[in-house]
Write a protein of this length. Structure first.
Length: 110
């Protein structure tokens, strides 16, 4: 049985498994799709943006591999922070092997 385990880093993985299990094909990338050109341009722009962000050391869609799988204690919040919708928790810049791994994971053009 096919499956996707853990946190799914790319939204298309779910549907690819559905098509694989159902022994069907997606029509999104078919030449019959009148929006195929727009989709292709969007994918290329998205890919370029992902590569640029990773090269700058920014996390795009996954967390650092060196974070432990555990519940982290939150710091004590101020009165102002308690009223906020979210508290920013900055991640360290991507470096070394993590950057190399994430760049290699960006879907190749061909």
């Amino acid at each position: 049985m096919e499956g996707i385990y853990g946190c799914m880093p790319k939204p298309g993985y779910g549907m690819s498994i559905v098509h694989k299990v159902g022994k069907s094909n997606s029509n999104i990338y078919s030449l019959k799709n009148k929006q195929l050109g727009k989709i292709a341009i969007g994918l290329l722009k998205s890919r370029r943006t992902r590569i640029n962000l990773i090269k700058q050391g920014e996390w795009v869609d996954c967390v650092p591999s060196y974070f432990e799988d555990k519940i982290y204690e939150l710091p004590k919040l101020t009165k102002e922070q308690k009223k906020m919708d979210f508290i920013e928790w900055p991640l360290p810049k991507i470096e070394g092997k993590d950057k190399k791994l994430l760049l290699a994971d960006v879907k190749p053009l061909m």
